[in-house]
Write a protein that binds this ligand. Sequence first.
Ligand code: MN
Length: 133
Amino acid sequence: MALQPRQPSAKGPAEWFTGDVWLDSIARAEPPSHVRVSAVHFTPSARTAWHSHALGQTLYVTEGRGLVQSRGGEVTEIRSGDIIWTPADEWHWHGAAPGDFMTHLSITEADPGNERPETDWGAHVTDEEYAGH
Ligand code: MN
Protein backbone atom coordinates (compact mmCIF):
# COMPACT_ATOMS: atom_id res chain seq x y z
CA MET A 1 0.00 0.00 0.00
CA ALA A 2 0.99 3.59 -0.42
CA LEU A 3 -0.17 6.79 1.14
CA GLN A 4 -1.03 8.86 -1.91
CA PRO A 5 0.48 12.31 -2.29
CA ARG A 6 -1.97 15.09 -1.52
CA GLN A 7 -3.14 17.03 -4.55
CA PRO A 8 -4.48 20.57 -4.44
CA SER A 9 -8.26 20.91 -4.82
CA ALA A 10 -9.26 21.89 -8.37
CA LYS A 11 -11.84 24.54 -9.20
CA GLY A 12 -14.79 23.14 -11.15
CA PRO A 13 -14.65 24.54 -14.69
CA ALA A 14 -17.25 27.22 -15.50
CA GLU A 15 -18.40 25.30 -18.59
CA TRP A 16 -19.49 22.36 -16.41
CA PHE A 17 -20.71 24.14 -13.24
CA THR A 18 -22.71 27.16 -12.08
CA GLY A 19 -21.28 28.79 -8.96
CA ASP A 20 -18.20 27.77 -6.98
CA VAL A 21 -17.45 24.06 -6.95
CA TRP A 22 -14.20 22.38 -5.88
CA LEU A 23 -13.07 18.85 -6.77
CA ASP A 24 -10.73 16.44 -5.01
CA SER A 25 -9.72 13.32 -6.92
CA ILE A 26 -9.71 10.34 -4.54
CA ALA A 27 -9.22 7.36 -6.87
CA ARG A 28 -8.42 7.01 -10.54
CA ALA A 29 -7.79 3.32 -10.89
CA GLU A 30 -5.36 1.69 -13.28
CA PRO A 31 -6.79 -0.80 -15.82
CA PRO A 32 -8.32 -3.34 -15.65
CA SER A 33 -10.22 -1.33 -13.01
CA HIS A 34 -11.92 1.78 -14.36
CA VAL A 35 -13.38 3.22 -11.18
CA ARG A 36 -13.09 6.94 -10.52
CA VAL A 37 -13.95 8.53 -7.19
CA SER A 38 -14.00 12.25 -6.48
CA ALA A 39 -15.21 14.42 -3.61
CA VAL A 40 -17.16 17.37 -4.99
CA HIS A 41 -17.76 20.41 -2.80
CA PHE A 42 -20.61 22.76 -3.79
CA THR A 43 -21.14 26.21 -2.28
CA PRO A 44 -24.78 27.27 -1.69
CA SER A 45 -26.82 27.17 -4.94
CA ALA A 46 -23.83 25.89 -6.95
CA ARG A 47 -24.64 22.98 -9.26
CA THR A 48 -23.47 20.95 -12.21
CA ALA A 49 -24.66 21.59 -15.74
CA TRP A 50 -27.01 19.02 -17.27
CA HIS A 51 -25.01 15.89 -18.05
CA SER A 52 -25.09 12.11 -18.35
CA HIS A 53 -22.59 9.36 -17.55
CA ALA A 54 -21.62 6.64 -20.04
CA LEU A 55 -21.68 3.93 -17.35
CA GLY A 56 -23.85 5.59 -14.69
CA GLN A 57 -22.91 7.26 -11.40
CA THR A 58 -23.30 6.70 -7.68
CA LEU A 59 -23.36 9.77 -5.45
CA TYR A 60 -22.86 9.55 -1.68
CA VAL A 61 -23.66 12.75 0.20
CA THR A 62 -21.09 13.22 2.97
CA GLU A 63 -22.08 16.69 4.15
CA GLY A 64 -24.82 19.28 3.88
CA ARG A 65 -28.02 19.52 1.86
CA GLY A 66 -28.41 19.42 -1.90
CA LEU A 67 -30.72 18.98 -4.85
CA VAL A 68 -30.82 16.50 -7.72
CA GLN A 69 -33.03 16.24 -10.78
CA SER A 70 -33.32 13.85 -13.71
CA ARG A 71 -34.59 15.16 -17.05
CA GLY A 72 -38.39 15.23 -16.82
CA GLY A 73 -38.40 14.49 -13.07
CA GLU A 74 -38.91 16.50 -9.90
CA VAL A 75 -36.17 18.46 -8.12
CA THR A 76 -35.43 16.27 -5.08
CA GLU A 77 -33.68 17.19 -1.82
CA ILE A 78 -30.70 15.11 -0.73
CA ARG A 79 -28.90 15.10 2.62
CA SER A 80 -25.83 13.71 4.31
CA GLY A 81 -25.93 9.90 4.15
CA ASP A 82 -28.10 9.69 1.01
CA ILE A 83 -26.97 7.47 -1.86
CA ILE A 84 -28.17 8.34 -5.37
CA TRP A 85 -27.75 6.03 -8.37
CA THR A 86 -28.15 7.48 -11.86
CA PRO A 87 -28.26 4.91 -14.69
CA ALA A 88 -26.12 5.20 -17.81
CA ASP A 89 -27.16 7.92 -20.25
CA GLU A 90 -29.80 9.47 -17.94
CA TRP A 91 -29.55 13.26 -18.15
CA HIS A 92 -29.49 14.95 -14.75
CA TRP A 93 -27.85 17.55 -12.53
CA HIS A 94 -26.81 17.75 -8.87
CA GLY A 95 -25.78 20.56 -6.56
CA ALA A 96 -26.11 22.34 -3.23
CA ALA A 97 -29.44 23.61 -1.94
CA PRO A 98 -29.94 27.37 -1.57
CA GLY A 99 -28.28 28.49 1.67
CA ASP A 100 -26.44 25.19 2.27
CA PHE A 101 -23.09 23.74 1.35
CA MET A 102 -23.08 20.16 0.04
CA THR A 103 -20.32 17.64 -0.50
CA HIS A 104 -20.79 14.31 -2.24
CA LEU A 105 -18.55 11.51 -3.37
CA SER A 106 -18.95 10.74 -7.07
CA ILE A 107 -18.24 7.16 -8.16
CA THR A 108 -18.09 6.52 -11.90
CA GLU A 109 -16.37 4.20 -14.33
CA ALA A 110 -14.44 5.18 -17.40
CA ASP A 111 -15.44 3.38 -20.60
CA PRO A 112 -12.91 0.52 -20.85
CA GLY A 113 -12.65 0.97 -24.62
CA ASN A 114 -12.34 4.74 -24.22
CA GLU A 115 -14.84 5.07 -27.05
CA ARG A 116 -17.10 7.38 -25.08
CA PRO A 117 -16.28 10.09 -22.58
CA GLU A 118 -17.15 9.23 -18.99
CA THR A 119 -19.43 12.29 -18.83
CA ASP A 120 -21.38 13.98 -21.62
CA TRP A 121 -22.00 17.67 -20.77
CA GLY A 122 -24.93 19.82 -21.88
CA ALA A 123 -26.49 23.18 -21.04
CA HIS A 124 -26.19 24.96 -17.71
CA VAL A 125 -29.08 24.54 -15.25
CA THR A 126 -31.04 27.80 -15.37
CA ASP A 127 -32.25 29.55 -12.23
CA GLU A 128 -35.81 28.56 -13.21
CA GLU A 129 -34.87 24.89 -13.53
CA TYR A 130 -32.95 25.06 -10.24
CA ALA A 131 -36.03 26.52 -8.54
CA GLY A 132 -38.14 23.65 -9.89
CA HIS A 133 -40.13 25.69 -12.43
MN1 MN B 1 -23.83 13.20 -12.47
